[in-house]
Design a protein around this ligand. Sequence first.
Ligand code: NAP
Length: 353
Amino acid sequence: MTASTHVPAKGSLILVTGASGYIASWITLYLLEQGFSVRGTTRTATKGQWMKGMYAARGFDGFEYTVVSDLENEDAFGDAARGVDAIIHTASPFHWNVTTPDDFIKPAVAGTLSALRAASAAQVRRVVITSSYASILENKEPLGEFTFTEDDWNQQSIDEVEAKGTGAWRMHWYRASKTLAERAAWKYVEDNTPPFDVVTICPPYVLGPLIHDVPSPDALNTSAANWYAYLSGQKSADDAIAPAGILCDVRDVARAHVRALLLPEAGGQRFGVATRTFTIQTLLDHVTGNDKLMAAFPDTVRGPPGKPVPPQNWFDCSHSLKVLGIELTHESKTAIDMTESLVEKQKGWSKPV
Ligand code: NAP
């Protein structure tokens, strides 16, 4: 089998799991723009219907949805995958409504394996999985002294969760879930010689505009909720200046998924997509001077502008970006476009129910 047989046929049907999500909604939009049809899984029909309407309003009628509510069901995606040519698996818990590490780990691992089993049964060509830099980076000090690449694995979070259980830092619960899910995917490929190849995408902290359904502020996805907390004055200026993180625009992350689906040579690889180190303050600097945005968010946290980003370890994705051919969005565009999209979302929130 040559590598190119793993690329889905032009215009074919692609399954996107977790299609009502922040990143998945952009992936779906780009697939539709490229002439593919998309079947998305959502947890409720209401979300599926909303997404269908949103794509139709943008001129695309190639989106259908199917409800898959339980990632831990062994055959969760069996029906959903029937007749598709490839799968992009994004569904995985990334929220803080959890009480044990297993609330992250079980659905993350089981959902990934369900997607792969369904891919085998449906004889798809390629599976692209949304992993995370959480499966790569470990906490290492002194900050700023270490560079990670796609060759690295985060064993630290797994060890912390194994040693301390619920006593481990909650971020390690999530990071362990992403590491274990991605490892399970590569092991599945090794053990089963499936008819498809796998590609994983490892984004860092993802920000940028929202096109998915957000009926209220508490329905915001985790990374957008953090930005909104600064726009709505719920966090302090001190929180905005440290610690530094690593940023990528949601549109670049989505483009990376689509490129990974379509590039023959992407099969079997992990790809990172990281723009730069940042603090929330560096992003606030791009919006606090914008009168229109500040009129919509008058309580925005206003810390000291121009404060340099403190040292942070780096995730070097230069190899991935070269292979995928992605040009990264400037952080000013990420901050402004995200805030503009929240201005629009907020108009819906203020309407009486
Ligand atoms: P999101 O909007 O919360 O998307 C997560 C998706 O997974 C949603 O569609 C959600 O369904 C679904 N999901 C979560 N738990 C589920 C469960 N137990 N059963 C069934 N479906 C479930 O967040 P996102 O940021 O787009 O995340 C998408 C993927 O990107 C995740 O794999 C996440 O780990 C990864 N990621 C995110 C970031 C980031 O900064 N945002 C960074 C790196 C990697 P509902 O819509 O019904 O909630």
